[in-house]
Design a protein around this ligand. Structure first.
Ligand code: AMP
Length: 264
């Protein structure tokens, strides 16, 4: 099992489940056939693989994804001050996020076919944690929510975040899979669209270090607030990527388990 982030703040351990990607896939498939929608709050350092995992889950599960970073990148890309803050690795003001988050969550509840509601990047501050918990308290039928915390060591994060790229057209993600960059068939060109891949402006060594520091600082504050809620369940998910156990193989197994559940 990999080390958690070096110098990571000591968080209260109320772990219910500690698992690898395979274990997590099994947990997802073992969920009882519950007509109730379920909320998953994904928490993890930048570059720990949250977005990739959420994307894979969405291929097999009917779900609503509340992806704050994606929303900001797509919808607010033309607003210079927001873009600058994001490229600098700073968190945006809570007021910008909270109304959209609540509206998205509330809309998600009306689509009962989508059993999973996945929060990727929200909450990220104490104020946002209370916004979420207040909303949850007003929707008592939900019963509980799951906090899925991704743990990855710095080696994983640096390789993952500094080597990833995506297609500006189809949004396909190209991620490092075995400790080395995952190259497209033609280096730097999307396999499907034939256009140059792009890197995120905040995936530079300096900004990544800043984002990791901010994550540690903010997580230490808001995570205990979420976890101490009597309706919270917690899963610790350990991310790893080695030559012996490459990430693409783990993701393939993850997909296979979810596909089997759906009879695919
Ligand atoms: P992510 O894609 O989750 O790595 O987020 C990219 C950037 O979007 C972050 O570095 C922040 O600048 C901004 N951002 C994402 N989520 C939030 C949030 N919940 N609150 C404030 N800023 C956010």
């Amino acid at each position: 099992m990999l080390k958690v982030l070096r110098k990571a703040p000591q968080l209260r351990n109320i772990s219910k489940t500690a698992c690898t990607l395979t274990g997590f896939a099994k947990t997802l498939t073992q969920q009882e056939e519950d007509p109730q929608q379920e909320i998953f709050v994904f928490v993890g350092a930048p570059g720990s693989g949250k977005g990739t995992l959420v994307e894979v889950i969405s291929q097999f599960k009917e779900c609503t994804i509340l992806g704050v970073g994606e929303w900001l990148r797509e919808r607010k890309a033309n607003e210079t001050s927001i873009k600058n803050q994001m490229c600098n690795g700073e968190l945006l003001d809570d007021s910008l996020i909270k109304d959209w988050a609540i509206e998205t969550l509330t809309t998600a509840l009306t689509d009962k076919k989508k059993k999973m509601i996945i929060l990727d990047g929200f909450p990220r501050t104490i104020a946002q944690a209370y916004v979420f918990l207040n909303w949850f308290a007003e929707n008592k039928e939900l019963g509980h929510f799951s906090v899925v915390q991704l743990h990855a060591n710095l080696n994983f994060i640096e390789k993952y975040a500094l080597n990833r790229a995506s297609c500006p057209e189809c949004k396909k993600q190209y991620i490092p899979v075995d400790g080395s960059p995952f190259f497209s068939k033609i280096l730097g060109i999307c396999d499907d669209c034939g256009v140059p891949l792009e890197k995120r402006c905040d995936d530079t060594p300096e900004t990544l270090a800043k984002r990791i520091a901010l994550y540690r600082q903010e997580t230490a504050k808001f995570l205990p607030i979420l976890e101490s809620n009597p309706h919270a369940e917690k899963t610790n998910l350990y991310m790893s990527c080695t030559k012996e156990n490459p990430l693409d193989q783990q993701l393939a197994n993850f997909k296979q388990i979810l596909a089997n559940e759906n009879g695919i």
